[in-house]
Design a protein around this ligand. Sequence first.
Ligand code: SF4
Ligand code: SF4
Length: 136
Amino acid sequence: MTRPGAIWREITKNLGRKPATVLYPKERLPIPSNFRGRPVFDPEKCVGCKICERDCPSGVITIEKVAEKTFACTFSLDKCIFCGQCADSCPRKAITMSQIFELAAFKKDSLVDRKAGTPPEPKAQEEEKKDEGQAV
Ligand code: SF4
Ligand code: SF4
């Protein structure tokens, strides 16, 4: 049973204290450095091995080849549990966990995030092939 007067002691103790909450979104608390927010894909680093696709426990990731040595990554973020496994598994560090957490959306479709690399210029591709031919 609560002792009489305990509630008043509690009230007076808390009256002078700063509130524990902030006026979000006007005020923001610092985000911890190890926070796992939206996964971000860097097409420049991806080699298309699909390890991320295989390891994702929620089936969020689809990797597709869009051109020679160029890949696209699609995240269906409505299914993401922000576990960070994709970032841990990627051997090229092509996926990183950002600090972005504001993902509320009215439509599920807007949570599909696709990013594709830019295919190299045809001239650059020819030179690359020539270099590969010389190396053999
Ligand atoms: S954070 Fe986890 S659930 Fe989200 S895409 Fe990466 S592996 Fe999948
Ligand atoms: S694991 Fe990394 S390098 Fe391999 S397909 Fe996924 S993002 Fe690309």
